[in-house]
Design a protein around this ligand. Sequence first.
Ligand SMILES: [Zn+2]
Length: 290
Amino acid sequence: MHTRTLTVDDFIEQSLTLRTFGEGRPRVLVTGGIHGGEATGVFVADRLVQQLTASPPVHGQVSVLSLCNPTAFRRMQRACPFDELDLNRSFPGQPDGSPSLVLAHLITQEAKAADYIIDLHCCGVYGRSYTLALHQEFGFAREFAAMMSIPVIVQSGGTRGQLFVEACHQGIPAIILELTGGGSGGEVSLEAADEALAAILGFFRQAGLLPGPAARPSPSFYGKLMPVIPSASGWFIPQLVAGALLEEGQPIGTVDGQEVRSPVAGIATMVGPASYAFRGPVALVAPRLP
Ligand SMILES: [Zn+2]
């Protein structure tokens, strides 16, 4: 392993640690903590570093930036506290911009050299992990996502400025793994972390980076996430949990006794807890594709 320090800002002494294992192609970049409040992703990246330290790649190279947004992580919040920008809307960044733009610029330099990018995020403590990909636009993104053993692949909305979106537009296969966990308490889902680590190591075996049997997973592709918003505010009582398969019109829960139904057939990627719902989403559903 070799380690490099990328200096972001000398005044606040912010820097990133890039750890690289192996050499040659393919080159994989794994990033965690682009959103500071998404601790499961950082945890998975750190576990991956441990794993690769013990068993480095036999072919090709893996670079890991476990923590891409250290000051946001220190606050367990999404945005960098020094400029309040969302780093995952700031790519490709600027070398002479505010801290988030410099972070994006430094990460972009590493991303440009990659053949594959796996960006680790969280979909909330009430979410069920999924792979997020531009699978409808880019065949290479679809193929890459299909190599992940996380069973659900969701179509991204494609908002520009995200690391994986900008990379795909440059022709580099890139995905997000959205993992259960995250939030101001720094919650980590150990179960989601195990699932994500197995998916990443499984991909490494399929790509020849690690030895061992390379089973091809068969995840299912879904459309863009749709919020489920009750027609009036009130007390939401869920009737199922994230990961549930839904038929169109199936009840997800009730708000003050009125059923809240899924607008489409698909899978619930998030179902909120019993709580007072103020006309915001109480669940997210990824539609089944025809
Ligand atoms: Zn995120």
